[in-house]
Design a protein around this ligand. Structure first.
Ligand SMILES: *Cc1c(COP(=O)(O)O)cnc(C)c1O
Length: 423
């Protein structure tokens, strides 16, 4: 072992000094994180905003408990999907009336894909039958696309591109819709949204973006990119709480044509007319389906309001500084170990996470978690570390790497560790 390859010039004091100058540092107080825990999994489940506890109490005790059914009107429950959508919109480059917070990412993807296919089926490219995505996409996205294609008659199919290089060519003259996840959940690779949207349009395809690992993590400009549809999670970087409803973006220019098969009463023009026959409401409301999970939906607001105290540019600058620091410290201090960086070094191609492979990745991650450094593990061999600039400190990065180095140097992990249902 070469001593030079296992030390770094960066000290913990340097990291503390960076925290002292960090303009986002005060926002950490807006979250309730357990003492002594280093939480690097905000890309899977964001930390709890302090305000969420009082909000949950208010919704359950007063709005539900005291005001009961009147709260649909008096507490604004009915309008919440759209109100929250408008609040989320600036984070993704969307306009007012273009976003709804509703259902799950999987369901919203289904709606967006179905609507895109229908628009194509009624236009000059009606003969096209392919949905193009990547084999490395998050499985539920592929499952949903395959599920939809299988239900549609007339031979729709999903084509999986095996690499970023293969993707542009896969968007051929049979491609009706391109469905891409902007930041890859495993590798942290970030696509060029504007360029791929342009390319899809040049080839006559529509494009649906999944922003699960992008919203609240990187600056986004759906409108500027002239994308067609987008969906994403709120429980990851937007800190809305476990299982919180997802979002869907339908730009004004597509709203009149936006139709999907999940025609529930919440997307009806007059839900309480209890009319025979479905007639969709105008606007983003037609992206809804049925009654919303009000308690969970209410907490989305607590996550979003923290973002209003900063900008995505400030968040991005700190995110890149944190991920650069993590990469540099791991590579300099753990160089004797078989770690492989999977995440792009190029800033433009990187999300807000860093992934390293290790032959015993699962066991090493389990050891880290046991020592209070929470990241997660994704097959195959990938240890994933998410960085949330709203609450992650530079000193946290330094401490996490010191613990990782200690675990690896001492081989202090159990390769036979049994796995929980959720990794
Ligand atoms: C997290 C994630 C999902 C989750 O979908 P749910 O329907 O909320 O379970 C979907 N797609 C991607 C790309 C994700 O990262």
């Amino acid at each position: 072992m070469n001593a030079d390859s296992t030390t770094s010039d960066i000290t913990r004091a340097d990291c503390l000094a960076r925290d002292a100058q960090d303009p986002l540092a005060p926002l950490r107080e807006r979250f309730d994180l357990p003492e002594g825990l280093i939480y690097l999994d905000g890309n899977s489940l964001g930390a709890r905003p302090r305000a969420a506890l009082a909000r949950a109490h208010e919704v359950v005790a007063r709005e539900w408990g005291q005001d009961l059914i009147r709260s649909w009107n008096t507490a604004g429950w009915f309008d919440m999907p759209k109100r929250l959508g408008d609040r989320l919109a600036p984070l993704i480059g969307a306009g007012p009336g273009e976003v709804a917070v509703t259902d799950t990412t999987s369901l919203n993807l289904f709606k967006a894909l179905a609507a895109a296919i229908r628009i194509q089926a009624e236009g000059p490219h009606a003969a096209r039958r392919t949905i193009v995505t990547e084999r490395s996409n998050f499985p539920t996205d592929i499952y949903m696309a395959e599920g939809l294609a299988g239900w549609l008659e007339r031979g729709y199919r999903v084509r999986l591109a095996d690499s970023v290089e293969e993707l542009p060519g896969a968007i051929d003259d049979d491609c009706a819709v391109v469905m891409l996840t902007h930041v890859n959940y495993r590798t942290g690779y970030q696509h060029d949204m504007a360029a791929l949207t342009r390319h899809a349009h040049e080839r006559g395809a529509l494009i649906v973006w999944d922003l699960a690992h992008s919203a609240g993590a990187v600056p986004l400009d759906l409108g500027g990119a002239e994308a067609d549809f987008a969906v994403g999670c709120t429980y990851k970087y937007l800190n809305a709480g476990p299982g919180a409803p997802a979002f869907i973006w339908v730009p004004q220019r597509h709203q009149a044509q936006f139709q999907h098969p999940l025609t529930g009463w919440w997307s009806h023009a007059k839900p309480f007319a209890m009319a025979h026959g479905f007639s969709p409401v105008d606007g983003i409301g037609r992206a809804l389906c049925g009654t919303q999970p009000v308690v969970s939906l209410s907490l989305v607001e607590c996550g979003l309001e923290v973002f209003e105290e900063t900008s995505m540019e400030a968040i991005r600058a700190k995110s890149l500084a944190l991920t650069d620091l993590f990469i540099e410290l791991v590579e300099s201090t753990c160089a004797a170990h078989p770690l492989g960086l999977v995440t792009p070094r190029a800033h433009a191609r990187r999300g807000s996470q860093v992934s390293f492979t290790h032959p015993h990745g699962y066991a090493v991650m389990a050891a880290l978690i046991a020592r209070g450094v929470i990241g997660d593990y994704r097959e195959p061999e990938i240890m994933r570390f998410g960085f949330t600039p709203l609450y992650t400190r530079f000193a946290d990065v330094w401490d996490a790497v010191a613990i990782l180095k200690d675990i690896l140097d001492r081989e202090d992990y159990d390769v036979a560790a049994t796995r929980g249902a959720v990794t």
